[in-house]
Design a protein around this ligand. Sequence first.
Ligand code: ADP
Length: 256
Amino acid sequence: ALQIGHDLGAALVTAGALERERNLVRELQQIDDHRSQLIATLSHELRTPLTVISGNLELLGTLDLDPQADRYQQAMNRGTQRMGKVVDDLLLLARVSNPQHPLTRVPVDLRTVARDVVSLVESTARSKGLTVTVDLEPDGLMVPGDPVELDRLVGNLVSNAVKYTPAGGSITVSAARRAGEVVLGVADTGLGISEDDQEGLFRAFFRTTNPDALREPGTGLGLAIVATILERHQGRVEVGSRLGEGTTFTVILPAA
Ligand code: ADP
């Protein structure tokens, strides 16, 4: 009887601990939901006045301003564009992080996505003296998903490669079918990412400690968006990188 009483007592203690743990998880989930909601509302509220400011700044730029006023206008324009990028990234992250946000599922050709993305960065890459190689299998690169989100996913990786690769380097965008998956690679010969920094890479607002990378403008939201979009598409991402040598991001998505 003593043994049974002892076992019962231990079971009750365990049940109590489990209940407390469950409550804690629920509370943390609520805090996280509130935080996401706050970010979504704030960025939404900021978008409208920002559009008004940048529209009027653009109009101001068409006037015959004296050189000093012209410089002020250009500085304000740059600042507003940067702020717009942060707000747009925040809005997108809030949208794709919201479990209630519906995911479109249509067959998307990653070959087309990769080509479109590369054509968008071509002129920036050329002006930096970067070589961009595209190596895409002709068939079997269809994945089910949201075309806009997949475009953003590949776009963020390729624009990072362009941004964090010094002049004269090279970038390779490749895609191939492996069994039931499509594997897309974005490789660069750029700054690279230290092992310590690789750990935080996909967290919102994370920027590496590398001073050369910090010289480039950025929000630290690009890779958080990549990770969230991948989660929604049952995909995953792997990073291979060596500081000073380059980085390869490998994205794996279920094939259509
Ligand atoms: P952002 O580029 O706006 O800072 P990201 O979330 O896209 O934000 O990237 C987070 C950080 O990861 C960047 O600040 C940069 O330091 C590092 N990073 C991302 N891609 C690369 C890359 N291809 N090569 C080197 N560093 C990179």
